[in-house]
Design a binder for this molecule. Sequence first.
Ligand SMILES: [Mn+2]
Length: 640
Amino acid sequence: MNIHIRRYLFRFILFVPVAWLLIILIFLQSNEISTKPSDNIKLKEKKSGNYRIGRDADEADAFGGDALARLRDHLVPVHNKSNSGESSSVVRVIHEKPEQVAAPQLENPKQDLNGPGEMGKPFEVNKDKLTPDERKKYEDGFQKNAFNGYVSDLISIHRSLPDVRDPGCRKLSYKGLQATASIVMCFHNEAWSVLLRSIHSILDRTPEHLLKEIILVDDFSDMEHLKKPFDDYIKPLGKVFVVRQPKREGLIRSRLAGAATVKGDVIVFLDSHIEATEGWLEPLIAPIAANRTTVVTPVIDVIDDTTFKYNYGAVSSLSVGGFDWNLQFNWHGVPERERKRRKHELEPVRTPTMAGGLFAISKIYFEELGTYDAGMDIWGGENLEMSFRIWMCGAMSVFFCNRSIGTLVTAPCSHVGHIFRKRSPYKWLPGVNVVKKNAVRVAEVWLDEYKKYYYERFNYDLGEYGDVSSRKLLRQKLQCKSFKWYLTEIYPEQFIPGDAVASGEIRNVGAAFCVDGSTDHKNYHKPVIGYPCHSQGGNQFFMLSKLGEIRRDDGCLDFSGGINDANKDDKIIVYPCHGMKGNQHWVYKENNQIHHPVSNLCMTLSEDSKHIRMSQCDDNNTRFKWSWKRKPLNETNKTE
Ligand SMILES: [Mn+2]
């Protein structure tokens, strides 16, 4: 009896440590990449200054001058939050604009720092002074690439750049970092010098032991220089490989082809018209090494498409990603709640969405999370899809049977320059609205009851968007949270159209004309006009917010005039919504007039129906009456 008990006791005592050992082993493996996180930055920063941070897009630059100015206005300096145990000796003031410090030039000791574009300086070419031959080259370069290929060819493919980081970043040590990065860079008919500069900037500025490989995916280019000459060029570089697509597949499926061959711990997706800067990689992969469900984007600086000037700014001007209900990506200043959450400015910033061109993700997490939606074409929407998925799904932790949250952050110390083009130079099947198709797939799978806000933009004309059942299944399998959760917890700043008290076209009762105007940043300060109602939504879709704003996305109708402006044309303009009522305050009255309390005037359609005017309210004139679909109150409340 006694012996029996002793034997059991012995077994039990033996079993407990062995079980724990096993648990720890499996746990370590599930985290795979296990290095210490860059021993968090122990600096506290006070900074100022501003600059512009780009977005990715091969399409138009969504970051016009007005948007910039507006962004700056939003940028409130981060206050030094006192934190116990941190001495004031680490508080430093950073200059208005980061000082020009040359980054070490690793590969090219003979570099002439006065050469074209060196140190990221602009290189101006007056095309009128070129010979006819040269001018033709200049124009062809722009035509083919939608950036200045002529100037790029004059700039060294190893050009020097200033150290654009915040000085605090240079003090961070990543000694313990062991994770390796595989770069996946897709290209389609990229200019020779731009592609090589992208590759060399990585080779020249990435520590050898952190770089596993550069995987280049050629998405069926037909330019001659990208065939044999390119193969011959990269062969001696080592670590650089090409994967060729047998037909045009687009960015998403090309990235998948590249990712499938990755051998490193972290996949870093990059565009092929970029320049990596000093110290760009470490801050990107360190947070992932610490936690594989963190996805990290660099700060995207703007390489000018004409002069190749490298534009960069202070850490205070950082932006985060959002989206509008047209499912377009957009930039915002860092919200107040996020400024407060972080202990200092060099800590990664949480961002609701990412621009998508440049980011780093654990290879394991990329796969766990369902890679990309292979049913998407070319470009567009995949960045939002990935962003929603990261936040809403996270990952299952092996032992605790719960899901750990995925996070999407921007690393303020990682800078990569990107050439922002004003148009896309590439061809795709004519008549296919790729971006809309992709976006409808995103809405179908991820937006739940909120998808109607996108669909009502085009009267539910979804078009052909293919089969999304496998993506819906994925969402189920990963037990992802709801979109409502995402909006509440991750993006509470977002305007919810369900809160609108009226929406749709604003149709004049006296004529079949509607209020019409674009509300994107390029059209700020432009007037809304009268235009025949087309029932397609688009520029005739407006919402009346609870605050009394007439808005679409971030643009509001604004009348800053008074009685002297009555009956004048083009006085109602689109202006960034400010939420302060005033000139943006409208009342849609029971008698269907749209009243503007500040001026005490009403909205009316001009005699020729081409203009929207403000005038003395007249209850007997149908040109003062507007039909606009009011939301029943119960429906308004439902989505709140
Ligand atoms: Mn790009």
